[in-house]
Design a protein around this ligand. Structure first.
Ligand SMILES: *Cc1c(COP(=O)(O)O)cnc(C)c1O
Length: 389
């Protein structure tokens, strides 16, 4: 097997040397005054990236833990929840909501499409009983986005709370928690932030807190409890349990790197990497998975595969022969994913991904791929306006 040279997967992603160095700092006691101060500092830096004045909590565990926690905390018995399902994560949220006691309403579209704000508005008109809308900002397995800004407006007008999985978008795609009326938002450190996979970050609005604290079903005295983080940690200064000190160092470092670069610059970098990859893929003769560019997420490019090869086989082949780690479709379809997340959303990384996918398909006997034309077109976009500087 070729050594691993490039990690272009959809999270966890490669970390910068600065992030790795931060995670190698001496481990201290979590009640050391310097660590306590650091923990609070990280929460404040995270809030800047979420673009919120709300509380942001750092929940120990992969982002999935934070998502389960907020879903359990928000759902009251018999609550009518509208779930927007345009991919694997959205669909999965619907199963959870039902299990936790919600009466589920769902708008589902094929996994290469996006739920339109208009369809949400129409649905709500016919269903005044809906009091929460759940959505996924960036549906990572299929590479599509949801128009959270417009849906947030519609939700507020209707008087519904919003629950948003923004795990793969914050830091790389525009997301304005407060300006878009997003009540409960979850992100992870291991996608566009380029950090460790051990911390979920959660923003909670005052409206959502009133709802959660009044919900007898919301987890309390539990690993899944966000209430514990609010009451024990935020109000009383006690950790509910021991946080991973090294992960917190890593999260602070990636937030620092992002804030020093500037959020706008990071969004531009992710957008350019995505454009380079899309243009190159099309010029090479490949087919993009999302139905249109305007619903494509800039944190990754999803490429539809011909029926004669499958995604896991291609991912394995490309890793073995070329040392490039990509992601497969994770159940969304027969597709490969070249991610542009954090450090991989820069410079030549998209070109590496394109070359590996194009040549990998040629190796498998797929005809009609013009590798040279694809790379040439991608490089032209990369070099536009003076290049990557
Ligand atoms: C990565 C990701 C998560 C976290 O889930 P994993 O299965 O651990 O990767 C949740 N939601 C979205 C949209 C993600 O991209």
């Amino acid at each position: 097997m070729h050594q691993l040279d490039f990690t272009l997967s959809a999270g966890p992603v490669m970390a910068t040397p600065r992030t790795l160095a931060a995670m190698g700092e001496p481990i201290v006691y979590h009640y050391d005054p310097e660590f306590l101060e650091r923990f609070r500092r990280v929460e404040k830096k995270a809030a800047r990236v979420f673009q919120t004045k709300n509380d942001v909590f750092l929940m120990q565990g992969e982002a999935i833990l934070a998502l389960e926690s907020v879903a359990r905390s928000m759902v009251t018995e018999g609550m009518h929840v509208l779930n927007l399902a345009q991919g694997v994560f959205g669909k999965g949220m619907g199963y959870w909501l039902t299990e936790f006691g919600a009466i589920l309403h769902e708008i589902e579209v094929p996994y290469n499409a996006a739920v339109s704000p208009e369809s949400v508005a129409t649905y709500l008109k016919g269903h005044p009983e809906v009091s929460m809308i759940a959505m996924v900002h960036s549906e990572t397995p299929s590479g599509t986005i949801t128009d959270c800004e417009k849906i947030g407006k519609i939700a507020r007008k209707h008087g519904a709370l919003t629950l948003v999985d923004a795990v793969s978008s914050i830091g790389g795609l525009e997301f304005k928690t407060d300006a878009w009326n997003m009540d409960v938002v979850v992100t992870g450190a291991q996608k566009c932030l380029g950090g460790p996979a051990g911390i979920g970050m959660v923003a909670v609005s005052d409206r959502a807190w009133s709802h959660i604290l009044a919900n007898p079903k919301a987890p309390r005295d539990s690993y899944l409890s966000i209430i514990d983080w609010k009451i024990k940690w935020r109000d009383e200064g006690r950790f509910p349990f021991t946080p991973s000190v090294s992960d917190i160092y890593g999260v602070e470092s990636v937030l620092d790197q992002l804030l020093e670069e500037g959020l706008e610059n990071s969004l531009r970098r992710h957008a350019r990497s995505a454009e380079v990859t899309r243009v190159g893929a099309v010029a090479m003769g490949l087919k993009l998975w999302p139905a249109s560019v305007d619903i494509s997420a800039n944190c990754l490019t999803t490429i539809a595969l011909p029926d004669s090869v499958n995604d896991v086989e291609m991912r394995t082949h490309i890793r073995e022969r070329y040392g490039v780690m990509l992601s497969s479709g994770q159940g969304a379809g027969n597709l490969l994913r070249i991610a542009h997340m954090g450090p991989s959303a820069s410079g030549m990384y998209p070109i590496v991904g394109l070359a590996a996918v194009g040549r990998g398909l040629i190796d498998k006997g797929i005809r009609g791929i013009d590798l040279g034309a694809g790379i040439d077109a991608a490089m032209a976009v990369l070099g536009r306006n003076g290049g990557t500087s």
